[in-house]
Write a protein that binds this ligand. Structure first.
Ligand SMILES: [Zn+2]
Ligand SMILES: [Zn+2]
Length: 137
């Protein structure tokens, strides 16, 4: 349960990690900061624009606190884990990993087809699925 605290928007002056996706938010990015008492502890966390807009409203459960699974839950509920090659709809068999700060590589658990999803840090930028992944040996 949230006890008290403040949200404010800041332009980051050092690297902070987003509380949901755990990405390092680049210096100089507008990000939302929470500071205050949360579940009895002093907390100071940052949320990237993407997670604030897409993840938090749907996957954060304030009464349960923040587990770090919210971003993954968002991804697995999205269409971005559905394989276009085999039309596999066993979405939870897909595996994913960050390959850089704005790209995820998804691997189909059925046919091993791979694709990339571009996830912006900025909440106003579009999410893009990119087919035709180069194999990085
Ligand atoms: Zn984030
Ligand atoms: Zn597949």
């Amino acid at each position: 349960m949230s006890d008290f605290g403040n949200y404010k928007y800041v332009k980051t002056r050092k690297i902070h990690h987003c509380v949901y996706c755990n990405r390092a938010i680049p210096i100089g990015t507008m990000a939302r900061n929470f500071s205050g008492i949360w579940e009895g502890d002093w907390q100071n966390w940052y949320t990237c624009g993407f997670c604030e807009k897409e993840v938090e409203p749907n996957y954060a459960e304030p009464s349960d606190g923040i587990s770090g699974d919210e971003f993954s839950n968002w991804l697995y509920e999205s269409d971005y884990v559905i394989c276009k090659k085999c039309n596999g709809n066993r979405r939870y068999s897909a595996e994913w990993d960050w390959i850089d700060i704005t790209h995820i590589k998804v691997t189909c658990g059925d046919c091993w087809h791979e694709w990339i999803v571009e996830i912006p840090i900025d909440g106003d930028a579009a999410i893009k699925a990119i087919e035709g992944v180069k194999n990085d040996a």
